[in-house]
Design a binder for this molecule. Structure first.
Ligand SMILES: Cc1ncc(COP(=O)(O)O)c(C=O)c1O
Length: 387
């Protein structure tokens, strides 16, 4: 289960829960930015107006008003969607798990970006899939390499996070999206498009979902989440997929948990009806942009000379690479002792892990805290390079 490397990292990261630690490790939204008052009002209203329904069992596909609200948001961004095209899930993590159950049989090949989201790798491995990495560069997947792999491996599906990827923060450019969709249409495979971060854009323009491309419409499952824009504790996500696949996912969901919490769905629907989620997200984006910039501004004097990193246009993560001969796990051990943490990149790779890589999340600390965290990181970096 590929957990050996992860457990080693987990043991170190356990230390990062200590008070005073500045952690660039977790992929968490900033808790001080949650709209707790707005959500509380939405729950109050759900109880005041529909307590009996809110506390009762409900349908597997989800509360009609929440399905409709999700569909309207997608529609509003140019992806024609009806409420019936949407299944409400218990976080987008469950969407991934349902699609895995619905589509993958042991031995099936599954293509992934390299590196990619760790919990997806684990889910595919649990299902007995043969996980095959697609070669990537700084902008994500290489479409020609993808086409070659599809022809050779005959995969069941491609799992991709095209926008502000976890762990790299990369965004697949528009032209490559069209090429990926064309490969899927020409050679025939399912696309699992995971998009929990797309709303968190700090600069540049929104790009079309793979699901919106001609030829990909009937073979793309789009996964969305309220975790990063509302609150992850709600455990609310959604899945937009062609009818046959949605039916399969609903069957799998029935076996998994019957349905997602009714009260949480009604409160979220009420929030979407009465509060302004877009205004809230704009506020969150403003704060995260400042934090991203603070991290980017401080990295040159923190990481060893010769390190490289990217400049994500959104999301939560900066992906960095230490110079030749360095190891991010060794650096984490030294850094944690100084009160600062990050995640080594190696466990995110499906194959050929790069021990020099690391993921830095910039969302949960203010700019001055980020500066202090980088100041703490500079010490162990200097020691490791003998500067
Ligand atoms: C790429 C990706 N997919 C899915 C998830 C799961 O999100 P949730 O289940 O909270 O919607 C995460 C969480 O960090 C993620 O990074």
């Amino acid at each position: 289960m590929r957990t050996t490397a992860l457990s080693a990292v987990r043991a170190i990261l356990a230390v990062t829960a200590q008070p005073g630690m500045i952690s660039f490790a977790g992929g968490l939204p900033a808790p001080e930015l949650f709209d707790a008052e707005g959500l509380r009002a939405a729950y109050d209203s759900a109880f005041a107006h529909s307590a009996r329904r809110a506390l009762q069992y409900s349908t597997t596909e989800g509360a009609p008003e929440l399905r409709a609200a999700v569909a309207a948001r997608l529609d509003g961004r140019g992806l024609a969607t009806a409420a019936d095209d949407v299944l409400i899930t218990t976080g987008s993590q469950q969407g991934l798990s349902l699609l895995t159950t619905a589509l993958i049989e042991p031995g099936d090949a599954v293509l992934v970006e390299n590196p990619t989201y760790l919990a997806a790798l684990q889910g595919f491995a649990l299902a007995g899939a043969r996980v095959v990495p697609v070669p990537c560069d700084g902008e994500g997947m290489l479409p020609d390499a993808l086409a070659e792999l599809v022809a050779r491996e005959r995969p069941k599906l491609l799992y991709t996070i095209p926008t502000f990827q976890n762990p790299t923060g990369r965004t697949l450019p528009a032209a490559r999206r069209a090429e990926v969709a064309a490969v899927a249409a020409r050679l025939g495979l399912w696309l699992l498009e995971d998009d929990p971060y797309g709303d968190l854009r700090y600069e540049g323009h929104d790009l079309p979902w793979l699901a919106a491309h001609p030829g990909a419409e009937d073979r793309t499952a789009l996964l969305g989440s309220f975790s990063k824009v509302m609150a992850p504790g709600l455990r609310l996500g959604w899945l937009r997929a062609p009818a046959a696949l949605l039916r399969g996912a609903a069957l799998a969901k029935q076996a998994a948990d019957l349905h997602t919490s009714t009260v949480d769905q009604l409160a979220a629907a009420e929030y979407l009806r009465t509060a302004d989620l877009d205004a809230h997200v704009a506020k969150v984006r403003g704060a995260y942009r400042i934090r991203r910039d603070a991290l980017l501004a401080g990295l040159p004097s923190a990481l060893p000379p010769g390190s490289t990193w990217n400049r994500p246009e959104g999301g939560m993560f900066v992906w960095a690479r230490l110079p030749e001969g360095h190891d991010a796990t060794a650096l984490l051990r030294a850094a944690a002792a100084r009160g600062v943490a990050f995640v080594p990149g190696a466990p995110f790779f499906a194959e050929s892990p790069d021990p020099r890589t690391l993921r830095l999340s910039f969302t949960t600390h203010t700019a001055p805290e980020i500066e202090e965290g980088l100041h703490r990181l500079a010490g162990p970096c200097r020691e490791l390079t003998g500067r």
